[in-house]
Structure formats: C-alpha cells, structure tokens
Design a protein around this ligand. Structure first.
Ligand code: SF4
Length: 349
C-alpha cells in the first residue's frame, strides 16, 4: 500500500504496531504497560517513535497528577514535596535557579490540584498529596526509515552513533519495511551494532527482529557528540564532545516521558487540518485511524496538511450546524475520537 511508503504513514504504523506488540520477541508472562509517542527528544535529537515501558501500578498512580505533563520545574516540586507541612524552602532542594520560579511552580501545582499549600505568616508551606510514582522503567527510541538506501543509512548512522554515545534511551532501533530478501538489506549498511533493526510490514502490522539491540548504559555518564569531522577518512580533525552526566540524563528521560504521557502518538492531528473538507480518518485495521486526504488520494504528511496547502478547503459551515459551535464539525469530531483513544491508553485517567 503506497500510503505507508512515505515516512509519515510508516511512522504512524510503527507507533500502532508498538502499541499492540511491544516488546518484540519472546514475552510470555511479561506484564509491560506500554505508552507510545512520536517526535520527541532533546533540543539536539528528536526521535521518530518513543516507546515507554512502564510499571503498570506506577502508571496508574501517575494518573493522579492529571493528563498534562509535569515540566521539570513542576517535577522538582512534586517529587520533593514532604508528606508533612513544611516551609517550601526547607523542604525542597536548592533548584539552582531563583526561588521565585519555584514559588510559581508551587502555585501552578496547587491550581492543578496536585499539591497542598497553606500560608503560615508570610511563609508558604507545602505538603504533598501523593508521592510521585516511579512509573518509567525503560525508554526506547525508534527511527523509522521505510526505504533505507545507502545515503539514508549514512545520515541515520550518525544519528544512531549520537544515541549510543549519549545513552539517554535504553535502546535505539531502526524500523524499516520488510523485504523478501533472505537477509534484510539494512544489515549490510554501516549502522552501529548497538542499534536494533526491526523489519516491519506496515500493511498487516507484523514485524521481525532482524538484529537485537544492546542495552545502553542510561545510569552512567555519556557523551553528546557536538561536531564530527566531515572530511572523510583523511580528515584528521577532532570531534567535539560534551559530557552528559547521570543526573542530567535521569531528568531528561523523565521530562521526555512526561511529554510522551501527555501527547501520545495520536496528537498528529493537532498539527494537521482536520477542519479541511478533504481530511478523513481511515482505519485500515479497525482500531487505527490514519489521516487520509481525498484530494491527494493517500495518507498526507503532517507538513503537507497545513493552512498553506493549495488544496485546503474549509469544511462548510453547514457541516457544523448540529450542535455547532459547542460540538463543532467533523474536524472537531476527529480530534475528539483521537483524544479519546489516547486517554484509553492511560489507565485511571
Ligand atoms: S487538501 Fe491539504 S489541507 Fe486538506 S486534507 Fe488534504 S493535505 Fe490536508
């Protein structure tokens, strides 16, 4: 099906496959709660697909903190809040930035109902409502390359080398379209041996592990590769690295996990134009709804499906008459369907 030849459609199919089948291989008796998100990472490195392997009970307890992410400032407050009333400056570790920002986070946490506060004279005292759970067990990064030719492999190789060197994700994978060759061609490409290779058939959503990854040392220091020699084998110039400490990594992993918790992978519709009359959701395998553009006759990419699209046509107001403006038109309905499916993946929400 051509719809998945483009990276975007393939990426959505990988997300759906991961949601159903992760972890790959022998998993009898393994109780892993999985959350899948896409297009998240750090400022230097954005991964296509992210799989969070979660502690089931921890994930349920995470729901007490609501569907929205906790950013690093809020995490600092709720993770360190005491279970008895205490002046916030005595209770919380020095944040390394001005305390007035901590006070803002305290007020935000109180407004969201995830922290108790009271005034004692001029002082703000805080008390936690619940302990923030250890819900994230492993974080897995997947790059999607349906057709991995040599030049795509070169670009991907340096991205994967970065992932291996920094060790922020527990595993790094490449998902590529399965071929009928006895050995998947991707294995002949010069990719780091630490990265796993998944051969995925997007039509029927089956996959085989062509190469198992190595676990990356997420609790040990890593290095961020900032610059590498570009001049080929004879280029003797040095690469530049930056230290990535275990604390930085732990904070980043949790911040990424929180964003993944909030967004999931179905949020693609938020950056597209479901209010275009050409926009449809089609479900090739029942539960998965993929975007489809009737003008293009295929799954459109998120970049194409924007207000700048020359074929954009707003949905006619008549489509919205029932219940509009409270209910909205088909575009709003699409957003609601996807939001509901996202919510179902988060137990207790
Ligand atoms: S015509 Fe353009 S804006 Fe409308 S659904 Fe297709 S890609 Fe999106």
């Amino acid at each position: 099906m051509d719809a998945y030849t483009a990276e975007f459609g393939f990426e959505l199919r990988t997300c759906r496959w991961a949601e159903r089948e992760w972890p790959p291989g022998e998993t009898d008796g393994v109780d892993t709660a999985v959350l899948v998100a896409r297009q998240l990472g750090t400022t230097r490195r954005r991964w296509d697909t992210i799989v969070l392997e979660c502690d089931s009970e921890g994930l349920r307890r995470r729901a007490r903190f609501g569907p929205d992410r906790l950013d690093s400032d809020l995490l600092h407050v709720v993770r360190n809040a005491p279970d008895e009333w205490c002046y916030y400056r005595d209770a919380l570790p020095d944040p390394g930035y001005p305390w007035r920002y901590v006070r803002e986070s305290i007020h935000e946490a109180a407004d969201r109902g995830i922290l108790e506060t009271r005034k004692s004279g001029n002082r703000i005292e805080i008390r936690r409502k619940w302990a923030y759970p250890d819900w994230l067990e492993r974080l897995v990064a997947i790059e999607n390359k349906p057709d991995l030719d040599a030049s795509a492999a070169r670009a991907l190789g340096s991205q994967l080398e970065y992932d291996v060197a920094v060790g922020l994700a527990d595993e790094a994978w490449v998902a590529t379209r399965r071929t009928d060759d006895p050995v998947e061609p991707v294995l002949f490409e010069d990719l780091p041996v630490e990265a796993g290779v998944l051969a995925l058939e997007p039509d029927d959503l089956t996959a085989e592990v062509a190469w198992y990854p190595r676990s990356l040392p997420v609790t040990e220091p890593g290095t961020r590769i900032l610059e590498r020699p570009e001049g080929g084998k004879r280029d003797g110039s040095a690469a530049r690295f930056e230290y990535a400490g275990p604390d930085w990594k732990a904070d980043k992993r949790l911040a990424i996990a929180e964003r993944a918790y909030e967004r999931g992978w179905r949020s693609f519709v938020e950056t597209m134009r479901p209010d275009c009359r050409r926009f449809e959701l089609r479900a090739p395998d029942g539960p998965q709804a993929l975007p489809y553009c009737t003008a293009k006759g295929r799954c459109q990419t998120a970049a194409e499906c924007a207000g700048s699209c020359s074929e954009f046509e707003p949905e006619p107001p008549a489509w919205r008459t029932r219940g509009w403006p409270i209910e909205g038109g088909p575009g709003k309905r699409v957003q609601r369907i996807l939001a509901e499916r996202r919510r179902r993946r988060r137990p207790e929400l």
